[in-house]
Design a protein around this ligand. Structure first.
Ligand code: BGP
Length: 467
């Protein structure tokens, strides 16, 4: 079976990694504006010039050119995020910032001009800084009210322009990066499991409320959830390793289980009971959770491998993998294990579990690309390694379709080079388009088409037949 006619081919960016213009037109600071080193490094008191995200790739001023490039590749969908702090600069105001709203009007209108469907993440690692500092982000129940106001504002404003939405990017990242994932200002080391589950509860309620609002306000619009889809293999067939795998996978699936089924699974209730975790819920919360998402999306960069006793094996690298190294898989320059078949497995796993349409919200290879002479007076990147990575993954998507999985579409991450989320570096690039910006912040910001640009254009125009 091949890709269906209306398969949503495209790419993804996030506001904090591409827009720049971090204080322009009334925007407030977001947590990213004080995270110059990404998840690994300390936050700064104030925005510092070393923080590459303050300028990003200047999408704020160059969106027309960037969307035109996407159109040239034939994109059907552009997954992007709205910077919450452009709409509500502090986060808890009553009235939105009109200038911020106008910016996204222009972006969506440009997408529509080219027949590209925008798909909008409401919160992609960019909680307004004020909410993080004042309320400790999603640890506070008040966040539900602020998020609801933000959602209602953008649903109302963009009801004729945006059909596909998703609530929280990689919602399970709360587990690993509480600040980036959930705007929690308290240092990670000081948080208990109770704190994290409570924050997750607030996000679940907010997400369900967003689903309800969207369906009430725009009946034919669709809301998705989004998880970091790194599932595990057992290191050996030892039953103990199998159980370790089951438990590791539940750490991922717990989030989409709640958002997709509309209730807390029994395994988590038991876990809370055994570990003295008591989640404070208000009356009406459980009823509200029944507003489940219309589709399920996930990012996929790697699979994981786990064992009951991880100390017996060498550790896997990669941003979120606490597991062990899988000896059968190659790695990217950043130690992320490359596993195209894992994508087929993940698609089948999610579909078996939920029977809802799936969207691959992110996938791609981060590499330190080199700009070279293209022999015709211009410049390019000969990124055959990226083409190979993407081709191998897309072939597995095709197999998953053949397995009977309902896959709506595929968004290549960082379709135009952006600042990396985990490292805050510019040299970890994913795009089909190279952006002239260097690690020290220098560069003209000029865009250059890489070899993969033409390859992806052909894949889309042949609807996957050229793979
Ligand atoms: C995901 C994030 C993205 C993105 C991607 C690649 O976790 O949702 O924002 O950046 O990973 O990660 P990185 O940029 O760290 O290579």
């Amino acid at each position: 079976m091949s890709f269906q006619k209306d398969f949503l081919w495209g790419g993804a960016l996030a506001a904090n990694q591409c827009e720049g213009a971090y204080l322009e037109d009334g925007k407030g600071l977001s947590i990213q504006d004080v995270m110059p080193k990404g998840v690994a490094g300390p936050v700064s008191e104030q925005p510092v010039p070393e923080n590459l995200k303050l300028i990003g790739i200047d999408f704020y001023h160059r969106y027309e050119e960037d969307i035109r490039l996407m159109a040239e590749m034939g994109f059907k969908v552009f997954r992007m995020s709205i910077a919450w702090s452009r709409i509500f600069p502090k986060g808890d105001e009553e009235q939105p910032n009109e200038k911020g709203l106008e910016f996204y009007d222009r972006v969506f209108d440009t997408c529509r001009l080219y027949g590209i469907e925008p798909m909008v993440t409401l919160s992609h690692y960019e909680t307004p800084l004020y909410l993080a500092k004042t309320y400790d982000g999603w640890r506070s129940r008040q966040m539900i009210t602020f998020f609801d106001r933000y959602c209602r504002t953008v649903f109302e404003r963009y009801q004729d322009k945006v059909k596909y939405w998703m609530t929280f990017n990689e919602i399970n990242a709360l587990w690993h990066f509480p600040l980036m994932g959930a705007g929690i200002w308290t240092p990670k080391e000081q948080l208990t499991e109770q704190d994290k589950y409570q924050a997750a509860h607030h996000e679940f309620v907010a997400s369900a409320l967003a689903v309800k609002r969207l369906h009430d306000m725009i009946p034919d619009a669709k809301m998705g959830c989004m998880v970091l889809g790194a599932l595990s293999y057992p290191m050996t067939p030892k039953p103990d390793d199998m159980i370790a795998m089951m438990e590791a996978d539940r750490k991922v699936m717990f989030f989409s289980d709640v958002q997709t089924r509309g209730y807390y699974p029994s395994y988590i209730k038991k876990y809370w009971e055994k570990n003295g975790i008591c989640i404070q819920m208000e009356s009406g919360d459980e009823e509200l959770l029944k507003n489940t998402v219309d589709y399920v999306s996930f990012s996929y960069y790697m699979s994981k491998c786990t064992a009951a006793d991880c100390s017996l094996y060498s550790k896997g690298a990669g941003n979120l993998t606490s597991g062990v190294k899988n000896p059968y898989l190659p790695e990217s320059e950043w130690g992320w294990q490359i596993d195209p078949q894992g994508l087929r497995y993940t698609l089948n796993y999610f579909y078996d579990r939920y029977q809802k349409p799936l969207f691959i919200a992110e996938n791609g290879l981060g590499a330190n690309d080199q700009l070279v002479d293209d022999g015709q007076g211009g410049y390019t990147v000969r990124d055959d390694y990226r083409i190979e990575y993407l081709r191998n993954h897309l072939k597995e998507v095709e197999k998953a379709l053949d397995d009977g999985v309902d896959v709506m579409g595929y968004a290549a991450w960082g379709c135009i080079d952006v600042v990396s989320a985990s490292t805050a570096q510019m040299k970890k690039r994913y795009g089909f388009v190279y952006v002239d910006r260097n690690e020290d912040g220098s560069g003209s910001l000029t865009r250059y088409k890489k070899k993969s640009f033409y390859w992806y254009r052909d894949v889309i125009s042949s609807n996957g037949a050229s793979l």
